[in-house]
Write a protein that binds this ligand. Structure first.
Ligand code: FMN
Length: 312
């Protein structure tokens, strides 16, 4: 059975990727399980410099999900290359670096630093974080901004470029197209949905930033719909995510059009989820006699005729 996934020049051994911000820099999980068994690890977002992020509280649970406004706390690109990358290399992990920027120049500079380092498989361009004021989502909410970031980074790297799209737009597929036109090798979607939780006793927002990003199973059907829409619009691979908590959830994304899937919030609930996801996907492929996971990608049956009974 062939579980491999091709993203530009990068081959993943399987379609499971630890989502950015939910798996630290990867090394933190090395004592929990063998992280080289993952298709890839998407690191926490990195700017040029270190960032403190927002003050606490930064996370609150919601029905079937969580709201966060971490504010992209991180150690910066330089420290990541020096302190984390050698260990990730030694552990045999496939690394996708989540690159952030407040300006176009910062995206380019961070991408250059990451590209010069040994052991990086791809760049995921975070143009979709809802929790920072400057840069980021401003690029991701504008078609021209999306094109400009991908186009500029394309000129300084040979690594596969994977812009990560925001779901906080009306027509996400047009953003996938803009990314593809600018030379992206794949797109990741979705980042979190802008949301808010209020403590009625104090009448204050439950997280210090006021608003934050919603993740977890609550967003999954919206994310699946968005992957489906993007799959119809672009030819480049899609890395789908949003609320995946078991193998069937992952398979939904693949059938909708995702070549690989990322898992974030569920890893907080169960850090031992990975072998279960892989076993579930393998079992499904066996039962349905599908030799390659790539054969399942976008295999959604959209016929409506045999469902007439639903409305009768
Ligand atoms: C605590 C937390 C931190 C996150 N940090 C990042 C980040 O640094 N960069 C990024 O692109 N996405 C970040 N995300 C978004 C996730 O990678 C993912 O897109 C989103 O949570 C949806 O997937 P899930 O429902 O499986 O968590 C973060 C999400 C959470 C919950």
């Amino acid at each position: 059975m062939d579980l491999s996934v091709q993203i530009g020049s990068l081959t993943l051994k399987n379609p499971l990727i630890a989502a950015s911000g939910c798996f630290g820099y990867g090394v933190e999980y090395a004592s929990v399980f063998d992280i080289s068994t993952l298709g890839a690890i998407a690191t926490k977002g990195l700017f040029l410099s270190e960032r403190e992020g927002h003050p606490p509280p930064r996370i609150v649970e919601t029905p079937a999900g969580m709201l966060n406004a971490i504010g992209l706390q991180g150690i910066g690109a330089g420290r990541f290359v020096e302190e984390k990358l050698p260990e990730l290399r030694a552990l045999g992990a496939t690394v996708i670096v989540n690159v952030c920027g407040t300006t176009l120049d910062e995206y380019v500079e961070v991408s250059r630093i990451i590209s010069d380092a040994e052991g990086v498989g791809a760049i995921e361009l975070n143009i979709s974080c809802p929790n920072i004021k400057e840069g980021g989502i401003q690029f991701g909410c504008s078609l021209a901004g999306t094109f400009a970031v991908v186009d500029a980074v394309r000129k300084v790297t040979r690594l596969p470029i994977i812009p990560k799209l925001t779901p906080n737009v009306t027509d996400v597929a047009s953003f996938a197209r803009a990314a593809e036109d600018a030379g992206a090798d794949a797109v990741s979607l979705v980042n979190t949905f802008l949301a808010m939780v209020i403590d009625v006793e104090t009448r204050r927002p439950r997280i210090a930033n006021g608003v934050g990003g919603l993740s977890g199973p609550a967003i999954r059907p919206i994310a699946v719909r968005m992957v489906h829409e993007c799959h119809q619009m672009v030819k480049i691979p899609i890395l789908g995510m949003g609320g995946i908590a078991d193998a069937r959830d992952a398979l939904e994304f693949v059938i909708a059009g995702a070549a690989a899937v990322q898992v974030g919030t569920a890893n907080f609930v169960d850090p031992f989820i990975w072998p279960k996801l892989l076993a579930g996907i393998t079992d499904y492929l066996e039962r349905h006699q599908i030799a390659r996971v790539s054969d399942l990608v976008g295999s959604l049956d959209t016929r409506t005729g045999d469902r007439a009974w639903i409305n009768s």
